[in-house]
Design a protein around this ligand. Sequence first.
Ligand code: NAD
Ligand code: KPL
Length: 292
Amino acid sequence: MTAAPWLVLGAGALGQLFAARLAAADDIGPIALRGRHGLLNQLRLQETDGSWRSLALASPEAPPALVIVATKAPDAEQALQQAQLAPGTPLLLLQNGFSVQPRLSAQWPGPVLCAATTEAAYRQPPPAIGVVHAAAGHTWLGDLAGQHRTMAAAVAATLTRAGLAASACDDIDEKLWHKLAVNAVINPLTARHRVLNGTLAEPPLSAEVAALCAEIAQLMAAAKVSPPAAGWQGWVSAVIEATAGNRSSMLQDVLAGRGTERDAILQPLLALADTHALAVPRLRACYHATPA
Ligand code: NAD
Ligand code: KPL
């Protein structure tokens, strides 16, 4: 039982999903959800079986015991500043990429857990209200310095009780790089060519996928990041196949005229290329072809 409230910061797709799942569980303390304009008091969630449920959220006075940061990567630091949290408040970061995680791990004066999640959610297009739990996945949690294993295990147990399967791990950096590789290939290509993920399995874009995977494999070897069991290209191809009917998050952002997570996803790879003096022309071209 968690008595102190948890605060979810960012009321978008993943923030609403995490808040709704936690609020729906019986044996978990109060859950608050803060969007750009303050706290929300209720939510609508569509379950993976298609049914809808409405959930009440808390407006707690007590400071949060954990803040789940669910904004896009470029917005995380500003959202934390605006939330005016007590120094030392533990964070759980849900962002894709590998930018905000090392920065906040170095700068935030409290524990910073990072998550690599395969949960999938999207907001209902207006005028409908609510979040759709598109696919149940798994969330891996850990901190980059390996100092908060007990906290990661407790948070993972609570998420799992709430129906968001989660595990603590000692190699969250590796899991974040594996996820980043998927996003670095699928997201910019689908956004540039305005195609569903599955189109990347077919020529001519399948050749582009192979070329990007080869550059990523070279960078990851230089950075001593172990490859996924299927190898970099096998792993990315498996995700393309599993999400063939999806519109990637970057394509959705581009179509909606929103900012993208380009810098959080591609910049860490370009930084590694500079560090190790490796040429990555395809990744650089993707970076320059993608709006920020
Ligand atoms: P989203 O755009 O739906 O939600 C982000 C929310 O953050 C928006 O509602 C925005 O208004 C809010 N926000 C921005 N600045 C804020 C501020 N200063 N204060 C409060 N709220 C603020 O994005 P999302 O799909 O929920 O993704 C969130 C993160 O999770 C991203 O890094 C994404 O890559 C990652 N992710 C998403 C999914 C998914 O299925 N949606 C899956 C895995 C990982
Ligand atoms: O994470 C994704 C995204 O769109 O950001 C993938 C796995 C590519 C699914 O679309």
